[in-house]
Design a protein around this ligand. Sequence first.
Ligand code: NDP
Length: 330
Amino acid sequence: ATEVRLASRPQGWPTLANFSIVDTEIPRPGPGQVLVRNVLMSVDPYMRGRMNDAKSYVAPYEVGAAMQGGAVGEVVESTVDDFAPGETVLHDLGWRTHAVVDAKRATKVDPEAAPLGAYLGVLGMPGLTAYAGLLDVARLTEGDTVFVSGAAGAVGSVVGQLAKFKGAKRVIGSAGSDAKVEHLTGELGFDAAFNYKNGPVTDQLAAAAPDGIDVYFDNVGGEHLEAAIANANVHARLAICGMISAYNATEPPAAPRNLGRVIGWRLTIQGFLVRDHYHLRDRFFAEVAPLVKDGRLRYEETVVEGIRNAPQAFLDLLGGANTGKMLIRL
Ligand code: NDP
């Protein structure tokens, strides 16, 4: 058997020196386990994060230990009734030719129902990512204009096609080569696509989406996210799935430097304008006015005398001279 171990943690772009390939004995399954001969294993962008020793939504790989990831393989030996040799399973112990898997952590898949690779891609974790992100997170609605970055990849290619199936008016993708761009507008049926290496993303997106975008499915972050915000229509929804442009960065990006945390921590960031919420006015007043009146809700004012002092007061406001509400008494 052979396995790939994390030899050292990369700084910036990983190199081969960060991996070691080690021959091992074929392991034997213990009680409740199956031995799987892996047939296909997945490589995914999130694995770059696991090579770092950083707190995230998934534990770091350990230096000196085999790496992990999605894999499908054939059961060759089993100590449990539910799994028999010859069956095909999906599990999390890739990066090795032979895996001893807890039966609880193996899922049977039907090799007749779909090609094995599909269980790691379009019908697997990336496909589900696309589906959930587009429908649940971005709340795709018929007639939306959708932009997806990383559009020629595992997740992005499903996002774009699903969006079309679900009634998006216009689907735009970006990718990193002209051949990928042709694939998007050709085989995959995207309405428009561009190569982000050919010019500023904001400009290319504006040209592809003259009426703006309603949904952005972000696989890339950085300049792509900026471009999506620049071209977003009112009430556009941005589903932040990945920020691959930053995964090998050694310098922090421009602030917010920790924007990537919105993914691991599933943060919802939503803009709003009070003017959309004026229907709450009566309820607000009825609830809060009594609190103010009897002093349970306190408030401060900084009052500047005279209209002539208004400009300075305004500057002072920007400089923080006020506590509570800055007012000018005329
Ligand atoms: P892909 O199949 O899309 O492969 C990665 C692609 O990223 C590459 O092919 C490359 O395509 C593109 N890329 C690499 N560097 C850059 C860059 N600097 N700028 C723009 N594009 C770049 O991977 P997946 O479909 O598996 O994953 C896509 C994204 O979704 C990733 O960010 C990943 O982390 C994220 N993800 C998040 C999940 C979640 O639960 N939130 C689950 C699964 C994936 P190109 O030629 O176009 O540059």
